[in-house]
Design a protein around this ligand. Structure first.
Ligand SMILES: *[C@@H]1O[C@H](CO)[C@@H](O)[C@H](O)[C@H]1NC(C)=O
Ligand SMILES: *[C@@H]1O[C@H](CO)[C@@H](O)[C@H](O)[C@H]1NC(C)=O
Ligand SMILES: [Zn+2]
Length: 506
């Protein structure tokens, strides 16, 4: 009932709002449209389609965009009457309109490692893939983002060089974890939350944290109501010799044995001693722990599910590569597939899909983690020496759809995993849905169109050759991407200027 009423009054409210805006601030309206930021020379327009994914379900109708904000969403029956206005209309026909994707886990490696990726190439790839917001990880750039000073370097590197909106996670490391002054300074500087590792990160200035560091970090974060993101693996005994002397390092199964699922399980058992404090009335109420890139769909998943059921403030993501690939299928010496935690077997992959479809896994993220080809594509195909990380930023929507449609995935589920839940994790209530008042962050795509990721396919991240997805046939072609109303990508072209906004927590 409430919803119907709201719906009825929405066009009226939007109309009043638009009169007020035009009446009071015509100049500021014009000013939001800088030339070069958008391929579209309009600040006020409608986009229509037969398939629009809204929080109230899939509708046929139109979305009004004004000053970068969604100012109305109307169904077909009301749309007929409204379309007579002289405002510009872009009709996308049968193409799907979805909220832009929010990638809460990407490594853009800038500053300091821009030969690996960089803000310009990374965010151009994001725009071409329908990702309208991404949150950059605090490591793999030089230096790591662990203090207000190092965050400032990130901001300088990103300014005027980003094509989509970008926020930052800070690092929780032994150096700052037990010092609340240091942590508060980093949080006051605007990072959206913190990230820590329970095993060596592979990056010298980003050491691993123990459970005391994590407990202290969560208690400080609780006051700010921001999340701690955790790489949950604890080093256990390896099932092979460290140096691989008893196994074939070109075999993926060798690498898999070096990081069995018991690593994830051990880390999660430890973490749950901290997350129980986040329950209502607990000593860290207001705190939240988010497990990044869950790979183990057995014991680890069961433990997390139980803890959530007990009221722990806990969420977890998995990544498209765990849903698309299986260890049995990885060719000998093909180090493009190396990542941590590792891709496990096909049975595990099926269980991850099940958990996702049942809502046990909250969301998806890319964990786009590139490097330069020399460190990834080793001539001897040695899995133990190659860089661990999968490049995927531009492909996550078609990958999730191509592999997900076999499991009956719906557009609403895609929007939940890629937009709605991530917007909640990063505390961005003004993003993540096609609904009135939110940022006009929208992806328009054609689920039925297939394409080959071959050498002719335009890939915008820096090193396409290291991506495990190259050579695959996918369905789901991104037509247009809008960021706060700017058409930043359309018909294979990017807007000339990089007008993405930096996002800070307040
Ligand atoms: C805690 O961090 C602050 C700010 O970085 C620093 O000035 C102070 O020396 C640190 N305290 C300790 C005990 O390390
Ligand atoms: C974690 O490391 C700190 C030193 O940074 C140490 O004081 C503390 O005892 C350690 N905690 C555990 C549980 O090992
Ligand atoms: Zn990562």
């Amino acid at each position: 009932m409430e919803r119907t009423l709201q719906w009825r009054f929405m066009p009226l409210l939007a109309l009043i709002a638009s009169f007020l805006c035009v009446f009071f601030s015509p100049r500021s309206y014009q000013a939001t449209l800088e030339s070069g930021c958008s391929l579209l020379p309009h600040d006020h327009y409608w986009i229509s389609s037969k398939r629009i994914v809204t929080p109230d379900g899939l509708i046929s109708g139109a979305v009004e965009v004004r000053g970068g904000i969604i100012s109305s969403v109307v169904k077909e029956e009301d749309w007929g009457r409204r379309r007579r206005s002289r405002v510009k209309v872009i009709d996308y026909g049968e193409a799907v309109l979805m909220p832009g994707l929010i990638d809460v886990h990407a490594h853009l490696d800038d500053p300091g490692k821009s030969e690996w990726e960089g803000f310009p190439t990374g965010t151009r790839a994001a725009a071409a893939g329908g990702v309208t917001t991404l949150i950059d990880m605090p490591l793999n750039s030089v230096p790591s983002t662990v203090s207000p000073e190092t965050l400032k370097l990130k901001i300088e590197a990103a300014k005027k060089r980003i094509h989509v909106d970008v926020g930052f996670w800070g690092g929780l490391v032994p150096d700052n974890a037990l010092n609340s002054t240091a942590l508060e300074a980093l949080l006051d500087a605007g990072v959206l939350g913190l990230k820590s590792f329970m095993c060596p990160s592979g990056i010298n200035d980003f050491p691993m944290t123990n459970i005391s560091h994590i407990e202290k970090g969560v208690s400080v974060l609780a006051k700010y109501r921001r999340p701690l993101l955790v790489h949950a693996e604890i080093q256990q005994e390896s099932l092979i010799e460290e140096d691989g002397s008893d196994s074939d390092p070109r075999s993926y199964l060798t690498y898999l044995k070096t990081r069995p699922s018991s690593w994830e399980e051990a880390a999660i058992r430890d973490l749950l001693t901290v997350t129980e404090n986040t329950r209502i009335g607990g000593s860290a109420e207001g705190g939240h722990v988010h497990i990044v890139h869950l790979s183990d769909a057995d014991s680890s998943l069961a433990l997390l599910k139980e803890a959530k059921g007990r009221g722990d403030s806990l969420s977890f993501e998995t990544c498209p590569h765990y849903l698309a690939f299986a260890s049995e299928e990885i060719p000998e010496g093909d180090t493009r597939f190396k990542c941590a935690p590792p891709i496990r077997d096909a049975a595990n992959r099926e269980k991850l899909w099940e958990a996702l479809l049942e809502g046990d896994i909250d969301m998806l993220s890319s964990d786009h983690s590139p490097t330069k080809p020399e460190l990834k594509l080793l001539s001897d195909g040695n899995f133990l020496k190659a860089w661990g990380g999968i490049s995927s930023l531009q492909f996550v929507l078609p990958v999730t759809w191509s592999y997900g449609r076999r499991h009956g995935v719906t557009f609403e589920q895609l929007a939940s995993w890629w937009s709605e839940k991530p917007s909640k994790l990063a505390r961005l209530p003004y993003k993540g849905a096609i609904s009135v008042g939110r940022h006009a962050d929208i992806v328009v795509w054609e689920p039925e169109v297939e394409f080959d990721l071959d050498n002719d396919h335009p890939v915008h991240f820096k090193h396409p050759s290291i991506s495990a997805y190259m050579g695959r046939r996918l369905s789901g072609k991104v037509l247009s991407t809008f960021v706060r109303g700017n058409l930043v990508y359309g018909e294979g072209k990017h807007a000339s200027d990089a007008c993405g906004a930096l996002i800070f927590a307040k």
